[in-house]
Design a protein around this ligand. Structure first.
Ligand SMILES: [Zn+2]
Length: 51
């Protein structure tokens, strides 16, 4: 198997669970907020249950 690296894909895609916005970010650090709706909980699954 050949190892193929594509620089264009050296990005991580993030999706906001609140507004559905998808964006790309370089590096390993997760964005703190969604660039569109500015929520800090963009990576949290919307849940209605309360523990
Ligand atoms: Zn958002």
């Amino acid at each position: 198997m050949a190892e193929i690296k594509i620089k264009e894909f050296d990005k991580t895609a993030y999706k906001c669970n609140k507004c559905g916005h998808v964006w790309f970010s370089r590096g390993d650090e997760r964005p703190l907020t969604c660039p569109k709706c500015k929520t800090a909980r963009w990576d949290k699954e919307p849940r209605k249950k309360k523990d």
